[in-house]
Design a binder for this molecule. Structure first.
Ligand SMILES: [Fe+2]
Ligand SMILES: [Fe+2]
Length: 181
């Protein structure tokens, strides 16, 4: 249980680092400097791949289990679960825009900015709410059986960016993260 709770927190710390890195690129873009679209695409691809496919499905199970123990949190938890779907959709929209730019298609600057800002605001607030309201309570109320259900929500797989693998897909992003820290 402690391991899963710790892993939950660690995931968030990684996601926040990536969102800060994405924000930096969006700021560069906004102020007319050259943004690194490849890096932006790597960040969003990783978050679509790992967070949307692994982190959020596990949270959905954790939220459902918590709602049984804490009826007072039911509404807040169901909103957070709904936000997972919104984040996935906003992420996909941004990913498509970035892929189009990299394929030399003309994408209005405002569209990319809106997609990126929506994603960053949503995701940042979402993580903050989870850390403030959900994780401390999860530590108190979830039973070993609940944690087992959370673990089993998705088969364990290695984090392709931070999991110590040498996955070539994220080599450049990994190097950039090392430079920033
Ligand atoms: Fe979440
Ligand atoms: Fe989360």
């Amino acid at each position: 249980m402690t391991n899963l709770l710790e892993a939950w927190r660690i995931d968030h710390s990684y996601f926040k680092r990536l969102l800060a890195l994405l924000q930096k690129q969006v700021d560069a873009f906004h102020f007319g400097n050259t943004a690194n679209y490849d890096l932006m695409l790597d960040i969003i691809s990783y978050l679509r791949d790992y967070s949307d496919e692994m982190h959020h499905p596990r949270e959905d199970v954790a939220f459902a289990r918590m709602a049984r123990h804490c009826p007072d949190m039911e509404l807040a938890l169901s909103r957070l679960a709904q936000e997972h779907r919104i984040i996935a959709q906003a992420g996909e929209t941004l990913r498509k825009h970035l892929e189009a730019v990299l394929a030399d298609a003309i994408v209005p600057k405002a569209e990319i900015e809106v997609a990126a800002a929506t994603y960053l605001v949503y995701y940042g607030n979402h993580i903050a709410k989870e850390e403030e309201d959900v994780l401390p309570r999860a530590a108190q109320v979830l039973t070993p059986a609940d944690w087992e259900a959370v673990r089993n929500a998705m088969p364990q797989r290695r984090d392709p960016l931070f999991g110590g693998s040498s996955d070539e897909r994220y080599r450049v992003l990994r190097r950039q993260i090392a430079l920033e820290s």
